[in-house]
Write a protein of this length. Structure first.
Length: 309
C-alpha cells in the first residue's frame, strides 16, 4: 500500500517550566496513512492529536522519531513537507482587514503560486463563498469563517488536507455541505486527515481510523473491521408481557441483559458464544410473546469508549 504519511517512533516531550513539570505528549507513535484515503485520528482532549498535527505542520519540533510526508523527510526538507499540506486549524485566524478574495490571493502568494495558476474563483465557488469575495472576515458568520479557513488551506492544491475539528460550532446544513465537498476533494485524489469529536462523522466518512490516548496509538484499522473486533452485538426484544426483571433464561455466559424504560429486553451478546437462535429459544423458554425485534451493531463510539474509558 502506498503511504502518503509515514510516522515511526515519534516522540514529543515538553520540557518542565516554572509552572508545569515535564510532559510527554507523544510516546513512540507509529502511523501509516495510505494515499487517497479519508483517515480519522481520534482521541480525548490532551491525547496528543494536536501535537502530532503541529509536528507535521512544522509548528512543534519533535523530540525523536521519523516523519515522511509525500516522500519528503521532515528533517531534511520541512518546507517541502509543508507544501504538501493544507491545514484547517481549530482556531479561526483571519486577517480582518482583507477581503476573502484578497486573503486567498495573498495566501497563495505565500506558497509561491503564480498568479496565472491561482484558483481563487474556483475555490470560492466550490465553498459557496463567491458572493462574499469582497467582504472582510468581520462581517462573516462563524460558519462562513470556517469555509474561508478551508479555502485558505486549498490555495496551493495540497496533496493532503488536514481538518482539525472542522465542524466545531457549525450548523447541520453547513456540516452536510462541508462533508460533501470533502468527499469531492477525496474523489479527486486529495488525502484527508480528520480529527473530530463527532464520532458519527468519523464513522461515516473515514476509511480507517486510529485512536490515540495518552500519547500512544491504542488501536488502528479499517473502521468496519474494528467494529467487528469488539465481538458483540445488541438485540432488543419488545414483548407483550409486563416484566419486573430479565427472565432467568437469559442468565448465560456471553450475555448481558437488562430491561429498559420501555419494558424491552436489551441484550448485548458475544457472537462467538451465543447465536440469535439461542436468544429466541431463551425468549420462548420464558413464555414471552415477541411483539418486535431489532438488532444493532457496535459503532465507533463503542470502540472509542472501550479504548479510552
Amino acid at each position: 500500500m502506498n503511504n502518503i504519511i509515514s510516522i515511526s517512533a515519534l516522540e514529543k516531550t515538553y520540557k518542565a517550566t516554572k509552572r508545569y513539570g515535564e510532559k510527554q505528549a507523544l510516546s513512540r507513535v507509529d502511523l501509516e496513512i495510505p494515499k487517497g484515503m479519508i483517515y480519522g485520528l481520534l482521541g480525548p482532549n490532551g491525547a496528543g492529536k494536536s501535537t502530532l498535527i503541529n509536528i507535521l505542520a512544522g509548528l512543534t519540533i519533535k523530540t525523536a522519531g521519523k516523519v515522511i510526508v509525500n516522500g519528503v523527510d521532515l528533517d531534511i526538507d520541512p518546507r517541502g513537507v509543508r507544501r504538501s499540506l493544507g491545514i484547517v486549524p481549530q482556531e479561526v485566524v483571519l486577517d480582518p482587514f482583507f477581503s476573502i478574495a484578497e486573503t486567498l490571493e495573498y495566501h497563495a502568494g505565500y506558497y509561491g503560486v503564480k498568479k496565472e495558476d491561482r484558483r481563487t474563483d474556483e475555490i470560492l465557488a466550490a465553498l459557496s463563498l463567491t458572493d462574499k469575495a469582497g467582504v472582510n472576515s468581520r462581517r462573516l458568520s462563524g460558519g462562513m469563517k470556517r469555509r474561508v479557513l478551508i479555502a485558505k488551506a486549498l490555495v496551493h492544491n495540497p496533496a493532503i488536507l488536514i481538518l482539525d475539528e472542522p465542524t466545531a460550532g457549525v450548523d447541520v446544513e453547513l456540516r452536510s455541505n462541508l462533508w460533501k465537498y470533502v468527499r469531492e476533494l477525496n474523489a479527486r485524489g486529495t488525502t484527508i486527515l480528520l480529527t473530530t469529536h463527532y464520532l458519527e462523522e468519523a464513522e461515516e466518512l473515514c476509511d480507517r481510523v486510529a485512536i490515540i490516548n495518552h500519547g500512544n496509538i491504542v488501536v488502528e484499522g479499517v473502521t468496519k473491521d474494528l467494529k467487528k473486533e469488539l465481538g458483540y452485538k445488541q438485540l432488543i426484544i419488545e414483548v407483550k408481557e409486563t416484566l419486573d426483571s430479565v427472565p432467568e433464561t437469559f442468565n448465560h455466559k456471553g450475555i448481558e441483559a437488562k430491561l429498559d424504560a420501555e419494558n424491552r429486553i436489551v441484550i448485548n451478546y458475544q457472537r462467538s458464544e451465543i447465536t440469535m437462535s439461542d436468544l429466541l429459544d431463551f425468549t420462548k423458554q420464558a413464555n414471552l410473546t415477541i411483539n418486535d425485534l431489532s438488532t444493532q451493531e457496535p459503532d465507533l463510539e463503542d470502540i472509542f469508549m472501550s479504548y479510552v474509558a
